[in-house]
Design a protein around this ligand. Structure first.
Ligand code: ADP
Ligand code: ZN
Length: 651
């Protein structure tokens, strides 16, 4: 029988393969509307992408619709499509990765409760006003604010956002480390006169739902959040802000593996709105994009209260007396003086735990995780040894090589440094790392305690290196950076440089003069020299020249294929065949490897990687497609291929 009056629609579904399916309906639907549809034996929620012709095949009916007014915009759908194309992943997988099932099925949420707070306005400097005005007039551009730590970038973002909001637009403000937002949200509240809506995956579900739905419906005009906030479908988006655009945390590792900054730029160009990126230590990519004329550069080389940048000194640990192998005498002396004067200090190292490695006393072999090819870290407070890759805790250990059960530890993590400092400066030490400040609340109360000067010496990891503002901190000591400099990764120099400049920027942020000591066994490393002299131009010159000569991004496009399986031999064999298929069938790319990954085993899966490089994005995409097809044919059992375009972590 002829089905009269039926209409046909394509819907995007959050599924791992494919993504677009056709359904029929007696009613009418609009692009961006959320619908529940049958898929196999399941019912699933998707988004209408468009009305279409009656297909050849029999199709099933849309079961119900969630929205009278579409929640998603056509431009949002275009964004997801382009994201999927760029990263060579199925569009269904992209949708699944950027919007959780819960939010996709959200019908109602509490209204946003606008908590009014006293307004704390400040008078912007001329530089700040000028940049905000340029952003307002250069409507469709990409802006990079390159301003030293504490130069007042945040105030520019807020001013630019206010101007957009005043004209009826919405502002999305993305920050890398959501755990640092308590300080920031309070400041924003002061400027706006109310507590701004926040969106990230670690907050409670009810507030997250409220933030999502009220922004999507255009009831709120500002949203601050982590990566995931970019994908909240704004109703009338007017500006996207990406703070600390250089942050490695902007790279998402789970599928789809995307880079937040790049996606913000893509989304803004689809929307025809400005994107504002800012950093004290821009990524090499962004500096390159400025040179290529793709981003407009705004410089903020000074601090508003004219606080001077700190003096930086490199300490060669091979040539000076070290106390307990942890802290050099000059740094110790300066630390005592700081404490005596009632000022504060931050001691930074990028290793948490007590000792950084554990060895067998008898045969000297390092003690490794049973599931991963990495050494264990000892945590004294919990009295366990843990694997930083799979999280397994070991309470009783013996040497896998000789069976010996007398073990010894080596190296100092934050726990040991804090313990040692406590013995020298009793009652004055506070430690902050992801082990003891594992939740936003715990971190925030630890930071508050330091702010209130309940401690004078803060020992911490990356968590304390960035974004924080403590006026009484006059001394920063970097105890461990060498392991980072030595990492076999083409971005190792850049990361070390950024981290050192950022952590140095914690010292002397107001009237008091700041001092920074960097302890190292490699004092001649050029990166340390650039940090010491504060010559950023020279650093970027050096870094970009090096990348160009070696054919690394941003001069070449790159992708990493990672094949994983329990069986090492099968893994290597599959990788070889995939590499061969690429070499035989895809042109215009160079294929490096396959090679065993630096960390060959994680959670009992072996990992073999292939690196692809190309000057052309299209050629790289074809190579990835070739690899996918070849892998589908030869994979066995639970073997997986992970495709990572523009990879950031190569271990
Ligand atoms: P950045 O984001 O570049 O690190 P911030 O915007 O956090 O810099 O500013 C650093 C400090 O200077 C903050 O305490 C901020 O309140 C203050 N500040 C910024 N702009 C001004 C201004 N125009 N007048 C007074 N203080 C300012
Ligand atoms: Zn492990």
């Amino acid at each position: 029988m002829e089905e009269s009056g039926k209409r046909y629609y394509n819907a995007l579904l959050p599924v791992p393969k494919g993504g677009i399916y056709t359904y029929s309906s007696d009613g009418s639907h609009r692009t961006g509307e959320r619908v529940v549809v049958p898929l196999g034996r399941r019912e699933i929620t998707g988004i209408i992408t468009e009305e279409c012709e009656k297909p050849e095949f029999q199709c099933r009916d849309i079961l119900m619709s969630y929205d009278e007014e579409p929640l998603f915009t056509p431009k949002w759908l275009e964004f997801i499509k382009k994201l999927a194309e760029y990263y060579c992943v199925p569009i269904g997988l992209a949708l699944h990765g950027v919007i959780s099932d819960k939010l996709l099925n959200l019908e109602n949420a509490r209204a946003f409760d606008k908590k009014i707070v006293p307004k704390k306005e400040i008078e912007l400097t001329d530089v700040q006003k000028e940049i905000a005005a340029k952003i307002e007039t250069d409507r469709f551009s990409r802006h990079l604010i390159y301003g030293i730590t504490g130069s007042g970038k945040t105030e520019v973002y807020l001013e630019a956002a206010k101007r957009v909001i005043a004209e009826g637009g919405q502002a999305i403000y993305i920050v890398p480390e959501i755990s640092l937002t308590p300080q920031l949200t309070e400041r924003i509240a002061g400027r706006f006169g109310y507590m701004p809506p926040v969106f990230h995956s670690k907050m409670d579900l009810k507030s997250r739902e409220t933030a999502f739905l009220s922004f999507a419906r255009g009831e709120t005009d500002f949203l601050i959040g982590a990566r995931s906030a970019l994908f909240v479908p704004a109703k009338k988006p007017g500006i996207i802000i990406v703070d600390e655009e250089h942050e490695p945390g902007f790279k998402q590792e789970e599928a789809p593996p995307y880079h937040l900054r790049d996606m913000a730029v893509l989304y803004a160009s689809i929307l025809n709105i400005p994107v504002v990126m800012g950093s004290a230590t821009p990524s090499a990519e962004s500096v390159y994009n400025v040179r290529a004329g793709k981003y407009i550069l705004h410089k903020m080389p000074e601090r508003p209260k004219n606080a001077a940048l700190p003096d930086i000194e490199i300490i060669d640990v091979k040539n000076c007396d070290m106390i307990e192998g942890v802290i050099s005498e000059p740094l110790y002396d300066r630390l005592s003086e700081t404490v005596r004067k009632g000022e504060q200090a931050i001691l930074f190292l990028n290793r948490k735990g007590y000792s950084t490695s554990i060895f067998c006393k008898k045969c000297g072999e390092p003690v490794m995780c049973a599931n991963c090819s990495v050494g264990l870290v000892y945590f004294k407070s919990k009295n366990v040894c843990s694997c930083r890759y799979c999280g397994t805790d070991y309470r009783r250990l013996s040497c896998a090589a000789c069976g010996g059960n007398e073990l010894t530890e080596w190296g100092a993590g934050t726990e040991k440094v804090a313990e040692f400092m406590e013995s020298m400066f009793p009652g004055k030490v506070l430690r902050i790392d992801t082990e003891n400040a594992s939740t936003v609340n715990r971190l925030s109360s630890a930071l508050k305690a330091f702010e209130k000067k309940e401690a004078q010496i803060l020992v911490g990891t990356q968590l304390v290196a960035k974004g924080l503002h403590f006026p009484s901190v006059t001394l920063v000591g970097v105890l461990g950076i060498d392991n980072m400099l030595a990492m076999p990764d083409f971005r190792a120099s850049e990361r070390a440089y950024q981290l050192l400049v950022q952590v140095s920027g914690r010292a002397g942020r107001e009237e008091l003069k700041g001092r920074v000591y960097i302890q190292t066994a490699a004092p001649d490393n050029p990166v340390l020299r650039f940090v010491e002299t504060g010559d950023a131009e020279a650093f970027y010159e050096y870094e970009l020249a090096r990348r160009e000569a070696a054919g690394f991004p941003p001069y070449m496009k790159m992708a990493r294929l990672l094949i994983t399986h329990r069986d090492a031999a099968k893994c290597r064999e599959a990788a070889k065949a995939v590499a061969k298929a690429i070499k035989d069938e895809a042109g215009g790319v160079s294929v490096l490897g396959p090679a065993d990954a630096d960390i060959f085993k994680v959670k009992n899966r072996h990992r073999v990687s292939i690196l692809l490089k190309s000057a052309a994005n299209g050629a790289l995409n074809r190579a990835i497609e070739t690899a996918d097809a070849a892998f589908e044919k030869l994979k066995c059992g639970s073997m997986l291929l992970k495709t990572d375009k523009d990879p950031y972590f190569m271990n």
